[in-house]
Design a protein around this ligand. Structure first.
Ligand SMILES: [Zn+2]
Length: 317
C-alpha cells in the first residue's frame, strides 16, 4: 500500500474506450492506464482527456468530442464502485487513498466548441471541468505550438472562451498552445491555469515544452505544470527515463517553486513510455525517486496531489 495518493493531469485512455479496443477495467494485456493499474498505483485523481483526433477537424470535431464525452460518462456509470465524476469543490473531499478514483473530464481541443460559446455551457452541464484550448494546430480560439510561426495569440472568440471558463469554474489547460496564446491566457485569466502535460524547455528544447518565463508565469497565477512522460519531451535524444521525469520536476521546482509542479503522464497518448515508468502501475516508483532527489515529505505530497487539489479548489465552484 502506498502512503500517498497520486493525481495525474492527463491520460488519453478514453480513445481506446470510444474505439472499442478495451473496456479499461484491466482485462486487456495492452495499454498504459486502466482501473487495475490506477488502483495499484493509488491514483486518486485522474484528468481523463477526450482527445479529438485530427481527422475529425474541423467539421466533425463537435460530434467526435461529444462521442468521447458520452463514452466517459457511461464508463463512470458502469464503474461506480471504482470511479466518480469530479464536478465541484465538494467533490475534492472525496479524493484520497483507498477511495474511488475521481475522474475529471478534460476536452483536449477547443475545436469541440466550433465558434459557439453555448457549446462551452453545454459541455459544462454535461460534467466537463477542463479544456485544452488547442492541440498542435489552429482553431477558432488560438494557434497550437505547430503554428508558432504565426505569432498569433488568442482570437476575440478565444478571449470570450477564457472569460466564460473563468465564470463557469473550468480549468484552462494551455498544453499544446503556442507562446503568444499562452501569454494572452496569462494576462486575461482571473483563475489559476494549468499546463496539464508539458515539460521544461530549459532541459529539453522541444516546442511542446515550457520556457523558464512561462513556468514562472504559471507560478504567478498559482497554476501548475503536470510533467509529461513522453520520451521526446524529457530528453533531446528521445531517450527519456524515469530519472528524466525526476530531473524535470527538480528543474521546474527550482525555476518556479515546488507549488508549480505535478504529474501529467500522457499515458496512452505517448508512443513509448520512459524506461522505469512503463505504465500507470509504476507511479509509486516516482515517490521514492523524489525522496532521493531531496524533496521532503511535504513537498512530495504537493507534487503527488496537493498542487492539483489547490488549483481545483481555486477554480471549481
Ligand atoms: Zn496532448
Amino acid at each position: 500500500m502506498n502512503s500517498l495518493w497520486i493525481a495525474d493531469g492527463h491520460c488519453d485512455s478514453l480513445g481506446d474506450l470510444t474505439n472499442g479496443k478495451r473496456d479499461l477495467t484491466g482485462t486487456a494485456d495492452f495499454g498504459h492506464w486502466d482501473l487495475k493499474k490506477a488502483k495499484q498505483a493509488s491514483i486518486g485523481l485522474q484528468f481523463f482527456a477526450a482527445y479529438i483526433e485530427e481527422e475529425y477537424k474541423p467539421f466533425l470535431a463537435s460530434q467526435r468530442g461529444l462521442q468521447h464525452l458520452e463514452q466517459a460518462l457511461r464508463f463512470i456509470d458502469e464503474n461506480l464502485d471504482d470511479v466518480f465524476l469530479v464536478r465541484s469543490k465538494q467533490d475534492l473531499d472525496k479524493l484520497g487513498l483507498a477511495k474511488p478514483i475521481g475522474l475529471l473530464i478534460n476536452i483536449e481541443g477547443g475545436e469541440i466548441l466550433g465558434e459557439s460559446l453555448f457549446m462551452l455551457n453545454l459541455i459544462y452541464r454535461l460534467g466537463v471541468r477542463s479544456m485544452g484550448l488547442t492541440w498542435n494546430g489552429r482553431n477558432a480560439i488560438a494557434d497550437g505550438v505547430g503554428e508558432s510561426g504565426s505569432k498569433g495569440g488568442l482570437s476575440r472568440f478565444g478571449l470570450k472562451v477564457i472569460a466564460r471558463m473563468n465564470d463557469l469554474g473550468m480549468v484552462i489547460d494551455v498544453s499544446h498552445l503556442n507562446e503568444a496564446g499562452f501569454w494572452d491566457v496569462i494576462y486575461n485569466t482571473s483563475s489559476p491555469i494549468i499546463a496539464s502535460h508539458s515539460c521544461a524547455y530549459g532541459l529539453c528544447n522541444h516546442p511542446r515544452n515550457l520556457k523558464d518565463e512561462q513556468l514562472r508565469a504559471l507560478a504567478d497565477v498559482k497554476g501548475l505544470v503536470g510533467v509529461n512522460f513522453c520520451r521526446d519531451f524529457l530528453d533531446v535524444n528521445g531517450q527519456g527515463s524515469i530519472d528524466d521525469v525526476v530531473n524535470h520536476i527538480c528543474y521546474i521546482s527550482e525555476v518556479a517553486g515546488v507549488d508549480t509542479v505535478a504529474f501529467g503522464s500522457d499515458f496512452d497518448g505517448i508512443p513509448a513510455p520512459p524506461d522505469g515508468l512503463e505504465d500507470a502501475a509504476q507511479f509509486p516508483l516516482l515517490i521514492d525517486k523524489l525522496a532521493r532527489a531531496g524533496f521532503n515529505n511535504q513537498e512530495i505530497e504537493k507534487i503527488c496531489n496537493g498542487n492539483f487539489v489547490r488549483v481545483l479548489n481555486n477554480v471549481l465552484k
